[in-house]
Ligand binder design. Structure first.
Ligand code: ATP
Ligand code: MG
Length: 315
């Protein structure tokens, strides 16, 4: 809930405090993206190297600015490149903030990033990292024994926004736009978001869209906005996830949704009237599809916000 938005807020805050921020998406390109971003954003802070008799005297390892010498570019590891960049920027009082979005379970590049970070911190470099991902990706990452270092990281699980925060947010946006909304209609809209940032944005968008140029938002427009947001949530989030699944897989999810929150595997076995072996097959398929996750042994959980309510037809 709002992971990318939070990383963007981190980036803004860190930049305003003078840090150099590299915000990347986890994947094969991530290490090159980090180095490239730091070079690009850091270059303006590096004073031009003095020209000695017409020959550019780059700092050790650099050809000019933060561009590496050919040898470094070719043969230095990610760790050694990062160490050079940290040192060069440290001289200009610049710390580095690494923000990595959409972390998946461990991959070779994530392993390199993590061990590199550990080394840099060990050498006292001015660098910090924040990573974001879905809960099941994070927990499987933390279970990876090679990356035990990450277990000492501070973990923050993003829950829904409080309804009072949502209410304040809408009030201030509508006030700013000179739009009035009755307390009843505001409360309807706020409650319908369930604190889910995606719905907050969608409902807010439709409230403004349907009220057009008028000074106020009517009850009808509020109802229309809620219906459209619900429609979009179904079309954009639930349908694409559920459509490719087999009828049996969907039954499995229905069986899970009878419990709010995590469900015990033994309960699903009973509800589906099936064997442990069969449940394991569903479990694997639905996990690979990113629909369910297991954070506790013997328990399964729906990953997508409010999918349980949708399956129970409460939505
Ligand atoms: N605190 C917040 N206040 C207002 N809007 C928010 C807040 N957090 C997130 N949003 C909005 O909610 C939507 C979803 O947020 P975001 O993209 O950050 O979620 P996410 O967790 O990264 O989702 P995904 O798993 O799909 O990447 C975005 O449109 C974002 O602008
Ligand atoms: Mg995101």
């Amino acid at each position: 809930m709002g992971k990318t938005a939070l990383l963007l807020a981190f980036a803004e805050s860190a930049e305003s405090q003078g840090f150099l921020v590299a915000r990347v998406t986890a994947g094969d390109e991530m290490l090159a993206d980090i180095v490239g971003t730091i070079q690009r954003k850091g270059t303006p802070y590096i004073k031009k190297n003095p020209q000695v008799k017409g020959v550019s005297a780059g700092a050790l390892g650099f050809a000019f600015g933060l561009t590496f010498s050919d040898e470094v570019e070719r043969s230095f590891s990610f760790l050694n490149k990062m160490a050079l960049l940290c040192d060069a920027l440290e001289k200009h009082d610049k710390g580095i903030v690494l923000l990595v979005d959409e972390i998946q379970a461990h991959t070779p590049s994530l392993r390199i990033l993590t061990t590199t970070y550990q080394h840099l911190v060990g050498e006292g470099k001015n660098v910090v990292i924040a990573m974001a991902g879905l809960p099941h990706a994070i927990s499987s990452l933390l279970n990876d024994e090679v990356l035990t270092f990450l277990n000492r990281a501070r973990k923050n699980r993003l829950g829904p926004l409080s309804l009072s925060a949502v209410s304040l947010y809408y009030s201030s946006v509508f006030d700013g736009l000179g739009k009035s909304i009755s307390p009843e209609n505001l409360a309807r809209a706020v409650e319908a978001t369930r604190g889910y940032p995606y719905l907050l944005q969608l409902i807010g968008y439709y409230l403004l869209e349907y009220s057009g140029n008028s000074k106020g938002i009517t009850g009808d427009q509020t109802e229309q906005a809620l219906a459209s947001a619900k429609h979009d949530l179904t079309e954009n989030i639930y349908a694409p996830v559920l459509k490719p699944l087999s009828a049996r897989d969907r039954q499995f999810l229905q069986a899970m949704s009878k419990t709010k929150g995590p469900v015990r595997v033994t309960d699903i076995e009973k509800r589906m009237r099936t064997t442990r072996g069969n449940v394991q097959a569903y479990r694997r398929r639905l996990m690979d599809a990113g629909v369910i996750a297991s954070e506790q042994r013997g328990e399964l959980e729906l990953v997508i916000p409010y999918l349980g309510e949708y399956l129970r037809r409460e939505f």
